[in-house]
Design a protein around this ligand. Structure first.
Ligand code: 3PG
Length: 218
């Protein structure tokens, strides 16, 4: 990994700055994709991470990109290089990975897909920075040490910003967003499984409205 010198083609931070909260979405039924995205956008949350954790991931990215005006759709749970091209072809304009490997760095360079790579330790932050990534996903954020970890990293590495994800909720999101190195937070709390399965789009919209009122320091 130390031999890789690629620079990010587009700054992912510009995309993340458009929303204080990025919902982490797993589509269980294809019919949910478009109404769910519409509800989030109607509630003021426009940057959406649709994960590849379910079989509908790519189809959902395509449908939302084509049918939901205002949605900025990214692909989440990128763990294999071949997924970059497939997601990009489906309409994803950014990517999120739980970690970072040399193969993912090369795939991001080749597809020019702005990537938010995952890190959990100071050494991983330094390795990602050497590869040209200055905005990173702290994952899993709570297990990594939460706000305390982010503040500790800000000392030696003040030029790196984060989107912490994992264990974040409406209740603790403001504490994370108050950190001087947090551009936005990610989480699944905007899309509770029960509400999605019930087609309760008003509930999703209300959760999005509450989240969109949060503010980042950056
Ligand atoms: C992620 O993939 O980023 C996390 O699993 C989301 O974590 P959460 O469900 O705790 O919000």
């Amino acid at each position: 990994m130390t031999t890789i010198t690629m620079k990010q083609p587009v700054d992912i931070r510009q995309i993340l700055q458009l929303s204080p909260v990025i919902p982490v979405i797993a589509i269980e039924e294809m019919a949910h994709a478009v109404p769910l995205a519409r509800a989030l956008v109607a509630g003021g949350i426009c940057v959406l991470e649709v994960t590849l954790r379910t079989e509908h991931g790519l189809s959902a990215i395509r449908a939302i990109s084509q049918q939901v005006p205002g949605a900025i759709v990214g692909v989440g749970t990128l763990t294999k290089p071949e997924e970059f091209t497939a997601a990009s072809d489906a309409g994803a304009v950014f990517g999120v990975s739980p970690g970072l490997t040399p193969a993912l760095i090369e795939a991001a360079r080749q597809t020019r897909l702005p990537l938010l790579p995952g890190v959990m330790t100071p050494s991983e932050v330094m390795t990602a920075r050497e590869a040209g990534f200055h905005t990173l996903k702290l994952f899993p954020a709570m297990q990594a040490g939460g706000v305390g970890m982010l503040n500790a990293i800000a000392g030696p590495m003040p030029d790196v910003t984060f989107c912490p994800t994992g264990g974040i909720s409406q209740e603790n999101a403001a504490q994370f967003l108050a950190c001087k190195n947090v551009v936005c937070v990610g989480g699944s709390w905007l899309t509770p499984k029960a509400a999605v399965l019930a087609g309760d789009w008003e509930r999703i919209k209300a959760l999005a409205m509450a989240a969109s009122s949060l503010v980042s320091r950056l």
